[in-house]
Design a protein around this ligand. Structure first.
Ligand code: EPZ
Length: 424
């Protein structure tokens, strides 16, 4: 399997451009099922996960023109099938987001239940709770879930989410957009990606209000029309590169950032003594002016500290003066990177969902594994400051979610090499 070789690279300096958001474009691609004619989606990042979603849409009947870089034109002349099989869904959990659009557009959807992954069981009970509330009959059988709308179609309802699940909010919002009547999603997820999806749906003719708050109102419409939409920048990629500047004590100018979307990351980096300032051209991250000190992190649903930045931030905390704690409240098993960082000498202890990170650590290069997408990025950050060389395997995780990652790292001075393997 392919690997990254990362050398101690000294302070990273220069400019980096953030791509369109993976976690915004995936639900938007799923929602494009609702419009017959050609939706045009711009700032689409070139990621494996986007390729998987395109494959799923093709299997459902989409005609996709991807001849222009970073842009997709998607037409659904007709829906060939409303079933998404294991082969497709098994590659990426977010594939489950086609369930809501297929159900509301065709009256039926049958999708393989997405498995868990290294960070948690990743249940779908809240998605199914929403579909049932909208009147669908939901059958879970042989690792598939099938939802069938009543004869008159889905009907609006009040739905309370026991947890502000991003995916459940997205799936239900899409399904409700063409239900008859009004739907309220209470305790909804408030992530920027929810707002971007709502904006896309409203451009197609939906009537959604309150996205970005914990209460979303959706008045169902009968038809949707094509639209053009530019995906928001990827706040998690932005946070990752902010941390690349911080951990190496460099100076970066990061383009294509929405400051509001990264407020918790900015606040925490400032607490550690990193200078983070929004200028006309982008976000300046300056970390070479003074000794950096520890802080404590607790991940929460947006607008709290993002769980997807937990592992890269933990890598950074191994290098600051003083000890820090990290509490992970969103996923039940998102400390898999701790063992990998400890292989590099981090000496992190975990107690339940709390990790205790001693600071002032001189990390040693080692052979480590990318245990999930964001943990993989954390290992690259650690490799940038560790003594010697760090060899990172299972890097397909990283390439699922970071566009042109090696090029962007090299562009700001990182010494990183991708080693292909024959079998890769
Ligand atoms: C989205 O996953 C993101 N993925 C994740 O990013 C992100 O970590 C997560 O939201 C939280 O912000 C995409 O958008 C494609 P959730 P999602 O449903 O929708 C529980 C990355 O690295 N839950 O908000 O799957 C669940 O177990 C990825 O880019 C239920 O209990 O996240 C978890 O503990 C990783 N029942 C919590 O909610 C449900 O029906 C958060 O999950 C659904 C979720």
């Amino acid at each position: 399997m392919a690997k990254f070789l990362v050398q101690n690279s000294g302070p990273l300096n220069g400019e980096v451009y953030i791509s369109g958001s993976k976690n915004a474009v995936l639900p938007i691609l799923a929602a494009s099922i609702l419009a017959e004619d050609g939706c045009v989606i711009d700032d689409v990042p070139a990621l494996r996960d986007v390729q998987v979603m395109k494959g799923i849409l093709n299997s459902l009947g989409a005609e996709i023109d991807d001849s222009r870089e970073g842009m997709l034109e998607i037409r659904f002349p007709d829906i060939l099938t409303n079933e998404a099989d294991y082969e497709l869904v098994g590659k990426m959990r977010a594939s489950f987001l086609v369930m809501g659009p297929l159900l509301t557009k065709t009256g039926r959807a049958k999708v393989h239940i997405p498995g868990g992954c290294s960070i948690g069981a990743r249940p779908i009970d809240l998605h199914l709770k929403g579909f049932k509330a909208l009147g669908a009959k939901v059958i879970e059988k042989d690792s598939y879930v099938e939802a069938i709308a009543p004869a008159g179609g889905l009907k609006g309802a009040g739905i309370y989410l026991d947890f502000p699940s991003v995916g459940a909010t997205e799936n239900i919002m899409i399904a409700a957009s063409m239900a008859s009547g009004t739907t309220y999603i209470e305790n909804a997820a408030e992530e920027p990606e929810i707002v971007d999806l709502a904006n896309f749906l409203n451009k197609m003719g939906a009537r959604i209000k309150g996205a970005g708050t914990d209460n979303i109102k959706i008045e169902g419409v009968r038809t949707m029309h094509p639209c053009e939409h530019c995906v928001i920048p990827d706040r998690i990629e932005a946070g990752t590169f902010m941390l690349a500047g911080a951990i190496t004590r460099g100076e970066l100018l990061i383009h294509n950032i929405v400051p509001d979307h990264i407020r918790p990351i900015t606040a925490k980096l400032r607490e550690c003594g990193v200078m983070v300032e929004m200028g006309d051209e982008g976000m300046y991250v300056i970390a070479d002016r003074r000794p950096l000190t520890s802080t404590n992190i607790k991940t929460l649903p947006y607008p709290g500290f993002p769980t997807d930045i937990q592992s890269p931030f933990m890598a950074f905390l191994t290098t600051v003066k003083g000890s820090s704690s990290v509490i992970e409240t969103v996923f039940e098993n998102r400390f898999m990177h701790v063992a990998e960082l400890n292989r590099m000498g981090a000496n992190i202890r975990t107690e339940g969902n709390r990790a205790l990170i001693p600071g002032d650590t001189d990390l040693e290069g080692a052979q480590v594994i990318a245990t999930d997408l964001r943990a993989g990025a954390a290992m690259v950050l650690a490799g940038l400051v560790a003594r010697g060389t760090t060899e990172i395997s299972e890097i397909y995780h990283i390439e699922r979610g970071y566009e042109k990652f090696v090029d962007k790292c090299k562009g700001i001075g990182a010494t990183i090499l991708r080693i292909d393997d024959q079998e890769d």
